[in-house]
Design a protein around this ligand. Sequence first.
Ligand code: SF4
Length: 81
Amino acid sequence: MRRDATFIAVEIDDALAADAELARRLTEACPVDIFAQADDGSLQIVEQNLDECVLCRLCLDASPPGALRIVKLYDDGAVLA
Ligand code: SF4
């Protein structure tokens, strides 16, 4: 799954997006509500909040290594590490 806004895109493997525990962790971690949990527990990316990303990396810390990519569209697609 990938969602793009003007400055930020978020990309996550579809299988991991279906993981309710990971969805819960991401929803709790992000200070600007970029992640939410659907009724079935799966991850949702809240497109209208994407450009509020403060590059805090809390979502990366809450995810398995390499599972999630925060793409800085304003910086030639550089990935937040
Ligand atoms: S880097 Fe921070 S603000 Fe951006 S999506 Fe991850 S948790 Fe949210």
